[in-house]
Design a protein around this ligand. Structure first.
Ligand SMILES: [Zn+2]
Length: 162
C-alpha cells in the first residue's frame, strides 16, 4: 500500500514538472524587431489599454501605437456579425498587417465577466503564445480571468526574454 502512495506521489511530481517546463507557444506572432505596433478602432479601448500597459511593464516586447515612422504590425477593429457565433477572429499574414477583429454582437450578448479576457487573450496570441490551462489568460475557455497568471508569464519569458 505504501509503495502505491509513493508511486502516486512520484508521478504527480513528474506531471507538475512537465506542466512547469512545457511551453505553450504557437510559433506564430506579430512581433517585429522587438515590438508590436498596432492601430485600431475598438469600443473596448479601456480594456485594451489596460492590457498593453501591464505587458509593457514586462519589458521585453514594446507594444505601442503605430505612427508614421513605424510599421503597423496589428490592426484591431470591431465588427458586427449577428449571424456568426465567433467572438473574435485573428489573422496572421506572412507579408502585411495582422488583424484582430472583435465581434461586438457576440461579445455584448455574452457574459459580461468574460469580456476582459476576450479582449486581452487575442493580443497574447499576437505575442506567439498558444492555449494553456486554467487560471491563465491563455486558457481557451470562458472565465473571468483578466490578468496574467504564472504560465502566461513563463511562456512570455521563454519566447522573449534575453
Ligand atoms: Zn485563443
Amino acid at each position: 500500500m505504501k509503495k502505491k502512495i509513493w508511486l502516486f506521489l512520484l508521478v504527480f511530481l513528474m506531471l507538475l514538472n512537465v506542466t512547469y517546463w512545457y511551453h505553450y507557444v504557437s510559433g506564430i506572432d506579430s512581433v517585429d524587431e522587438g515590438e508590436i505596433r498596432w492601430w485600431w478602432y475598438t469600443k473596448y479601448s479601456s480594456l485594451w489599454w489596460n492590457a498593453i500597459y501591464k505587458w509593457n511593464t514586462l519589458g521585453e516586447i514594446y507594444i505601442w501605437p503605430d505612427n508614421s515612422q513605424t510599421y503597423e504590425d496589428v490592426r484591431v477593429s470591431d465588427v458586427y456579425y449577428p449571424d456568426e457565433t465567433w467572438r473574435w477572429e485573428r489573422a496572421h499574414w506572412r507579408w502585411g498587417t495582422d488583424t484582430i477583429k472583435y465581434n461586438t454582437y457576440t461579445i455584448d450578448n455574452g457574459y459580461s465577466w468574460y469580456v476582459p479576457k476576450t479582449i486581452i487573450h487575442e493580443l497574447w496570441h499576437a505575442l506567439g503564445l498558444d492555449h494553456s490551462y486554467h487560471w491563465n489568460i491563455m486558457y481557451a475557455y470562458p472565465d473571468s480571468q483578466s490578468y496574467l497568471w504564472n504560465q502566461d508569464e513563463r511562456d512570455y519569458d521563454y519566447l522573449w526574454w534575453n
